[in-house]
Design a protein around this ligand. Structure first.
Ligand SMILES: Cc1ncc(C[n+]2csc(CCOP(=O)(O)OP(=O)(O)O)c2C)c(N)n1
Ligand SMILES: CC(=O)[C@@H](O)[C@H](O)COP(=O)(O)O
Ligand SMILES: [Mg+2]
Length: 622
């Protein structure tokens, strides 16, 4: 069977194991070619090819519900559910999403992008099914990394008690993006590698085989119950069993025969069941098998050599500027501790981790815990620096408020990927952090407009008091070299970049550079704009802003954050509070809508927030 002829999962139902294995090869080739051409997540999908085939072979989606955790491993699922023809549009503007998405396909039962949600959502599906007397199956597929998230445990706790029929596939490849961390992954590993377990079980089988057939019925029943009790006592997955979830496994996740047979068996077992499926991240591509972390996601590459197709950016990433800065600071101040939620390289703390391994703590995919843990560290006298992507920090909102800000603890939050992130799309755009942080009393919020400011702000934040957040976008530095010296940051102060008198252009963070273009175009049309780098979103230098408002008739704000409740709103509040009712305020930012995936400059143009579009709008309006 040809992969291109698979229009729906029904088309694979009659396949033999040999044909399914042949499809597995075609799927791997298709995914590798796609990611080599356009970039995307790679190693996780390569690891679940057989598992996904087996799931679609045994279950009848979309009536049966498949819920993927994170969804970065769902490329195989997309290929088998009628999206082969559009697969080449993956992660490009207007094309398929890189994650399951309800609006994209009826086979995408639940939208994802963030980790550890699948068991909760699947349990919801199961309860809704039972309340409506339906009989479909519900399956959650969760990785070992995502199982380190608190929500997954909350859901297991609930599922074990509620006794709903559902299957949880624990896709265990011993990897998060980096190697998985913590006691629970160790426990899972013990299940599969404990020689004691395997030895005792085979010893029992050997002894049982030797018992002569002529012994009495009662004696045989007695021996059999002792055998059961002993086997149960050393049963793997006892943790799940104790919660009320039947455990099966470990299963070889690349053996289609074994996978299909266990799924068929478990499908008819009542109550919640969990199958631990062992897979290899990156399976079928040698580079990815050897280095699954590096190939978790990839830029376009040459499939033969594994080398990136386009040259590396000539300037360092902002992430690495943060990473190097915090390493230098940590060397001088032994109280500094870095905290990451399973993303040491994504957030730049890997740089510090290499030199000061004891000073960086990877807590797993556990952003809520990361923040409260940092609060504890701060109470204990350390200076925690919590580096988390803007969109992942959303789930730790109450922890920031209740555990950190309310107690005025000195925790430094470093929010990478603030603003639009590009191909990952709406689940990952950091479009709300100014909105959700700005209302928290006592929190300082800074946004650097270049890499030097980023270094200055991280340095200054260590010596500030109370909670501090620094947000910056996904991207590279403007220049290849940093300035020689770190410069002080004047607390709460903006910086005038260009003094004018009619139009006041207020830019937050790297968006300042779009306003630079706007200022140039406006000047060409006879205006005399003032350009300001806001630097601080909280607190604001109110008197400084009053002076600026007084000398300009039009005020323009630009931010890489939702227009709702962000910096522009803050300026509107200030104008109202100061009774500047005669000023024209025009706010630019992300719309009050979820922005789809695409290249960042294209998205800016589409949203009218690039420098030229802003200038054109202003020229029309003024
Ligand atoms: C809340 C949240 N934090 C962090 C991430 C970033 N992230 C995406 S995939 C991943 C690793 C997931 O590991 P696992 O579930 O084992 O899947 P695998 O990649 O091994 O297939 C991480 C940390 C995320 N998507 N959501
Ligand atoms: C699936 C996921 O959440 C991560 O892999 C994320 O896509 C990483 O994004 P960056 O490429 O911006 O690090
Ligand atoms: Mg994993």
């Amino acid at each position: 069977m040809q992969l291109k002829d698979v229009k729906s999962p029904k088309d694979i139902k009659g396949c033999s194991i040999t044909e399914l294995n042949d499809l597995a090869t075609q799927i791997r080739e298709k995914i590798i070619t796609q990611v080599a051409t356009h970039g995307g997540h790679l190693a996780s999908s390569l690891g679940v090819v057989e598992l996904t085939l087996a799931l679609h072979y045994v279950f009848n989606a979309p009536e049966d519900i498949l819920v993927w955790d994170v969804g970065h491993q769902a490329y195989v699922h997309k290929l088998l559910t009628g999206r082969f023809d559009r697969f080449e549009t993956l992660r490009q503007q207007g094309g398929l999403s890189g994650f399951p998405k309800r609006s994209e396909s009826p086979y995408d039962a639940f939208g994802v992008g963030h980790a550890s949600t699948s068991i909760s959502a699947a349990l919801g599906f199961a309860v809704a099914r039972d309340k409506q007397h339906q009989h479909n199956s519900v399956v959650a597929v969760i990785g070992d990394g995502s199982m380190t998230g608190g929500m997954a445990f909350e859901a297991l706790n609930n599922a074990g008690l509620s006794k709903q029929n559902m299957t949880i596939i624990l896709n265990d490849n011993k990897m998060s993006i980096a190697p998985n961390v913590g006691g629970f992954p160790k426990y899972l590993n013990r299940i599969i590698s404990d020689p004691m377990y395997n030895k005792v079980r085979s010893d029992i089988d050997r002894v049982m085989a030797k018992i002569p057939g002529i012994i009495g019925r009662h004696f045989r029943t007695l021996i059999q119950s002792v055998e059961k009790a002993v086997k149960n006592a050393i049963r793997p997955g006892q943790f799940f069993e104790d919660l009320g979830i039947r455990y099966f496994g470990p299963i070889d996740g690349h053996d289609l025969g074994e996978l299909i047979s266990i799924l068929e068996r478990v499908k008819s077992i009542p109550g919640p069941c969990l199958i631990q499926v062992m897979t290899e991240k990156g399976r079928g591509m040698s580079f990815a098998e050897t280095n699954p972390s590096q190939w978790h996601a990839s830029v376009p590459f040459d499939p033969k050599s594994g080398k990136p197709l386009s040259p590396k950016s000539p300037t360092p990433s902002l992430t690495s500027i943060f990473g190097k800065t915090i390493l230098e600071l940590a060397k001088k101040n032994e109280k500094i501790v870095g905290i990451t939620g399973a993303m040491p390289s994504g957030c730049g703390l890997d740089i510090m981790q290499k030199e000061l391994p004891d000073r960086v703590i990877d807590v797993g995919i556990a952003e809520e815990h990361a923040v409260t843990f940092a609060a504890g560290l701060a109470c204990g006298g350390l200076v925690p620096v919590v580096a988390i992507y803007s969109s992942f920090l959303q789930r730790a909102y109450d922890q920031i408020i209740h555990d950190v800000a309310l107690q005025n603890l000195h925790v430094v939050f470093v929010l990478d990927r603030a603003g639009l992130v590009g191909a990952d799309g709406p689940t990952h755009h950091g479009s709300l952090d100014l909105t959700y942080l700005r209302s928290i009393p006592g929190l300082t919020i800074m946004a650097p407009s270049d890499e030097n400011e980023l270094r200055n702000m991280v340095t200054a934040a260590i010596d500030m008091q109370g909670p501090v957040a620094i947000r910056f976008p996904r991207g590279s530095a403007l220049a290849s070299e940093l300035k020689a010296e770190v410069e002080p940051v004047e607390y709460g102060k903006f910086q005038i970049k260009q003094q004018g008198k009619d139009i006041l252009l207020l830019g937050v963070g790297f968006m300042l550079h779009e306003l630079e273009k706007t200022a140039k175009i406006l000047a060409e049309h006879g205006f005399n704009p003032t350009l300001v780098d806001a630097k601080f979103v909280k607190p604001l230098d109110k008197e400084g802003y009053r002076n600026l408002f007084q000398s300009h008739h039009t005020i323009v704000t630009l931010e890489n954050n939702s227009i709702v409740g962000g910096f522009g709103s803050e300026i509107a509040e200030l104008l109202a509070d100061m009774d500047f009712h005669d000023k024209k305020l025009i706010r630019f930012g992300l719309p009050d809508a979820f922005v789809e995936h695409g290249k960042i400059p294209d998205l800016y143009r589409m949203l009218g927030i690039d420098g030229t579009s802003i200038a054109n709008k202003l020229l029309k309006d003024l």
